[in-house]
Design a protein around this ligand. Structure first.
Ligand code: PLP
Length: 226
């Protein structure tokens, strides 16, 4: 094993222990949570190493970088066709169609202008909800989720659930609780919308306690990006 492989294995073991401990505290089963490794800024070789370590879900936040890495991984690893790619970043309208060429699940749909370009390839989508009043980190206001959900469905896309990023410098729990309530409401009219994508390296415990189904972990697995 290369040094990097050893490092990734150790980080992954630490993160697994955190997830399992959080599940115990929350009275949840480990298999209720999907771990998505956010590999932005890290090379395709790291994705290949993580595939060897058993991971199958990967996330990226920029179209060009993600697209290139996805293609490289297909050349690098024989199990690439068993991986699922998640797009978690802000979406520029003119990039939406290209994102849907490689991303299987798009977590960050937050306005109706994105729906038409995405619907050409029919990826699964999550609606990103803004948990604080500053919308600069992306997301739609909670009250506007039902209307956007109808538009997603009308375009023939599969609505898988909701996603959020915790507010900066604040206790993440109230926001994550709100996100889960929004999902609970949504799933009554959209039965496929069961996913709650919440929790990053710093707040995965709070997200699992609230009911997250998908955690998006970058630095805790791959190291600091800065
Ligand atoms: C970068 C990123 C993550 C991962 O963040 P870490 O703190 O490195 O775990 C998760 N979600 C989104 C939307 C991101 O952009």
């Amino acid at each position: 094993m290369s040094r990097r492989q050893v490092e990734l294995a150790a980080n992954l073991a630490d993160v697994e222990a955190r997830i399992e401990a959080a599940c115990v505290v929350a009275g949840r089963e480990r298999d209720e949570i999907t771990l998505i490794a956010i590999t932005k800024t890290w090379p395709a070789q790291d994705v290949a190493r993580l595939i060897d370590l058993g991971l199958r879900h990967f996330g990226e936040s920029r179209e060009q970088e993600g697209h290139a890495k996805w293609a490289d991984v297909r050349d690098l690893h024989p199990l690439a066709d068993q991986t699922t790619w998640h797009f978690v970043g802000r979406i520029q309208r003119n990039k939406a169609a290209r994102i849907s060429e490689w991303a299987d699940v798009i977590h960050s749909v937050d306005r109706s202008a994105l729906i038409a370009p995405l619907s050409r390839t029919h990826p699964a989508v999550l609606i990103q909800v803004a948990l604080d009043s500053s919308l600069d980190r992306g997301g739609i206001e909670p009250e506007q989720v039902p209307v956007l959900a109808e538009q997603v469905l009308a375009a023939g896309l599969t609505l898988r659930g909701v996603m959020a990023v915790a507010p900066l410098h604040a206790d993440p729990r109230p926001g994550f609780d709100l996100l889960v309530r929004i999902r609970d409401e949504l799933v009554r009219t959209h039965p496929s919308a069961t996913w709650v994508s919440a929790g990053m390296s710093g707040d995965l415990e709070a997200a699992i306690a609230a009911g997250a189904t998908h955690v998006r972990l970058g630095t805790s697995i791959l190291g600091s990006r800065y």
